[in-house]
Ligand binder design. Structure first.
Ligand code: SAM
Ligand code: SF4
Length: 327
């Protein structure tokens, strides 16, 4: 194991890589993808599992210790456990997590755990069947509770939920979601909607500030600040009256957490992005395919990592959707 720490130009330690394995998805969430007209990457442009493992293998000795597999929906890429197995075998990799909408978890949780996955984040914006379908704009029989249970039974803990809160669409379920943290050792994180990508139906009016969410949760009991589950996220956590799980808020819109950002992203087509939003990307795929080393490219990208994102200055629809940048 290495105790080397990679630092960017502002001295932030960088130890966390989010890896997008596909830009495609079996959902079309209101806030993420338009119903029609997505332009998909061609298969030859997407990194193979071997290429992803090659990149991580070259970067892990520099101090990259934590990985998250994301997308698009990562579980729709064939044989995802094979990638997890390759990543698990890389010395220095301490933690491998997965972000998923949960549709395939009942079938995949056990093989993913066996392959070496540590934990999952489950995106779930409603607990009501009709709403799940209305927000995802697909009816794939998803039950977030069953998906979380399958992950828990397979040993993929701690289980974190990501709930994107949208005014007038699902904000009346905040308390129902929080109750899950009072009944299970689950961590329910409420995310402020980011007006990005091609969101024809949503505007800034749909953003619910985290302070308002916390105000509503106070109806359930006393919220005590908590360090939350292990992981590396930007969430602020609270425990309600000693419950087994926690509730948290992620506040890209109302409070910036860029000062403690410890992450970079690898897109499905092999671009290293040092900020979720902004035009800072370095093509790793083409040099990799030519046999060039990754370290100098990685260091150059970190030297250009911006101080903070520009989300609040952007127009709605002016930025790439999270599914395209490995959100
Ligand atoms: N498909 C997987 C999933 O849904 O978990 C992984 C990719 S998805 C892009 C990653 C996370 O980004 C999800 O939790 C999703 O809710 C969140 N997300 C996507 N678009 C967003 C937006 N406009 N505002 C806030 N969160 C968003
Ligand atoms: Fe797919 Fe995740 Fe985007 Fe929803 S948020 S459309 S599940 S990539």
């Amino acid at each position: 194991m290495t105790d080397q720490v990679l630092r960017d130009q502002f001295g932030r330690g960088i130890e966390y890589l989010r890896i997008s394995v596909t830009d495609r998805c079996n959902f079309r969430c209101l806030y993420c993808m338009p119903l029609e007209g997505m332009q998909w990457l061609a298969k030859r442009d997407i990194l193979s599992y071997e290429e992803i493992a090659d990149i991580v293998g070259q970067l892990a000795p520099l101090g990259l210790r934590r990985l998250r597999i994301t997308g698009g929906e990562p579980t729709i890429r064939p044989d995802l456990p094979a990638l997890v197995r390759m990543l698990r075998a890389i010395p220095g990799v301490e933690d491998i997590a997965l972000s998923t909408n949960g549709v395939k978890l009942p079938a995949l949780a056990a093989p993913l755990r066996e392959a070496g996955l540590d934990r999952i984040n489950l995106s779930a914006d409603s607990l009501r069947e009709d709403r799940i379908i209305a927000i995802a704009r697909r009816n794939l029989g998803l039950s977030p509770i069953a998906a979380a249970q399958a992950a828990e039974d397979a040993g993929l803990g701690p289980i974190k939920f990501n709930v994107v809160v949208m005014r007038g669409i699902n904000d009346d379920e905040v308390v129902d979601f929080a109750r899950l943290a009072m009944e299970h050792p689950w961590h329910i994180r409420f995310i402020e909607l980011m007006p990005v990508g091609d969101m024809r139906e949503l505007t800034f009016e749909h953003v619910v500030p985290s302070d308002e969410i916390l105000g509503r949760l106070a109806a359930l009991g006393t919220l005590t600040s908590d360090e939350g589950p292990r992981g590396n996220g930007p969430a602020r956590y609270f425990r309600i009256d000693g419950s087994p799980g926690t509730v948290g808020v992620i506040t890209p819109m109302t409070h910036t957490y860029c000062g403690t950002c410890n992450r970079v992203r690898l897109t499905a087509d092999g671009r290293l992005r040092t900020c979720l939003y902004g035009d800072h990307e370095v093509n790793l795929r083409d040099p990799l395919r030519l046999g060039e080393p990754m370290e100098p490219l990685f260091r150059r990208a970190l030297a250009e990592k911006p101080k903070e994102h520009q989300l609040l200055q952007m127009q709605v629809g002016g930025l790439r959707a999270l599914s395209q940048v490995g959100g």
